[in-house]
Design a protein around this ligand. Structure first.
Ligand SMILES: *Cc1c(COP(=O)(O)O)cnc(C)c1O
Length: 373
């Protein structure tokens, strides 16, 4: 059996370091907003190249707090429209709705699965105040074009980087001559540290990165009951803090993120070079570091059939995602929308095993099985 994702194997590589971190935390007993949160925030901001990072309870909260933060500081107001990709995980859409904003669904580019900049331009009107881009499957959205659209129309540009920790944009340099990473390609970005993400905690976790000091200070308050001084509440906040213990674990795993992403790319390159089957559509990849292969997604005409075949051959698979957000029961009021590209993609896709701990033997087995399909 080749599992879709072996989380035990992924984390067991760091067992000693994780146990040391746990022992230290147990000794010092700073459980909430302790020194590990603060240090991780600094380390992750440095990693992404941003001025600020704020740890949150999860990725959905990170997204929602960015939007609520912009409302708090007057950059957005209730009912404003936010452009979102129709083809994404439901969390991206929920964050907009939870912040009392109105999502405008936009179709993807069918080659990259990411939001189409041309379609974004067609959906602009005076009520649209922000664009939420998602780096789906770990591949950066077309941030250069989205940024120029946002700049031209004075819109906020936000990244859902929950699948793209460490993805590097090779298209332009930052002022200090570095290639910018996911999290530093917009006004504010949200990350998830859900265990299966490229940088995963041993539980829930999330973070916001930004260069905007006012937004940073506002989200610091929002995540902690609107408080910076204990029992003094400046604004109506929430409880959405990153656990100190999870921050300690993330500090261990952050050191290995780049090498883990490199291994994911190696697996992807192998699949792309060696899977040869006219029944299987392979994903677009420009061979740069703009993709961290959170998932490796193929397209097929008959998904039920390949699922049966993969099961027979004991190869794990998942579908990211089987039902598009606008067709979910929870979002019924959007079910009338006509989004044929998104709907077609959701019928055709299936994800193959990919991770930093997949052995070359396992990779070759997946290739052999798919080539014999
Ligand atoms: C995982 C994910 C989220 C949500 O993260 P949680 O930590 O599970 O709340 C948001 N957006 C995308 C694209 C994701 O993949």
């Amino acid at each position: 059996m080749i599992p879709f994702l072996d989380l035990h194997k992924i984390n067991n590589r760091f067992r000693k370091e994780l146990e040391t971190s746990f022992a230290k935390s147990l000794e010092t007993s700073y459980y909430i907003l302790g020194p590990n949160v603060k240090t991780f925030e600094t380390e992750f901001a440095n990693y992404c190249g941003t001025d600020y990072c704020i740890g949150t309870a999860n990725g959905l909260d990170a997204l929602t707090l960015i939007l609520k933060g912009y409302i708090e500081i007057g950059r957005l107001k209730k009912g404003d429209k936010v452009i979102v990709p129709a083809n994404t995980y439901i969390a991206s859409i929920l964050s907009v709705l939870h912040a009392d904003l109105e999502p405008v669904f936009v179709e993807p580019n069918p080659k990259t699965y990411n939001i189409s900049a041309e379609e974004v331009e067609m959906k602009l009107n005076k009520d649209v105040k922000a664009i939420l881009a998602v780096h789906l499957y770990g591949q950066l959205a077309d941030m250069e074009r989205l940024k120029s659209i946002a700049d031209e129309h004075n819109l906020l540009l936000i990244e859902d980087a929950a699948q793209a920790h460490g993805a590097v944009s090779s298209k332009h340099l930052t002022p200090n001559n570095q290639y910018p990473k996911a999290g530093n390609l917009s006004h504010a970005a949200a990350f998830s540290f859900y265990p299966s993400k490229n940088l995963g905690a041993l539980g829930d976790g999330g973070a916001v990165t930004t260069n905007d000091k006012e937004l940073y200070e506002t989200i610091l308050l929002l995540r902690n009951y609107g408080s910076s001084v204990k029992y003094e509440n400046k604004i109506m906040g929430y409880n959405s803090r990153l656990d100190d213990l999870q921050a300690a674990f993330l500090r261990v795993k952050l050191k290995y993120l780049d090498s883990d992403n490199a291994k994911r790319r190696e697996v992807a390159r192998c699949y792309l070079q060696k899977i040869r089957n006219s029944k299987i559509g392979l994903p677009f990849y420009d061979d740069s570091e703009n993709h961290v292969f959170h998932t490796f997604v193929i397209e097929v005409d008959d998904r039920e059939d390949i699922i049966k075949y993969l099961n027979q051959n004991k190869i794990g698979w998942l579908i990211h995602y089987p039902i598009p957000p606008h067709k979910q029961k929870a979002l019924q009021r959007f079910s009338h929308l006509i989004l044929p590209i998104t709907e077609e993609i959701h019928k055709r896709i299936i994800s193959l095993p990919i991770s930093p701990v997949l052995t070359s033997k396992e990779v070759n087995r997946v290739i052999e099985v798919l080539n014999a399909y």
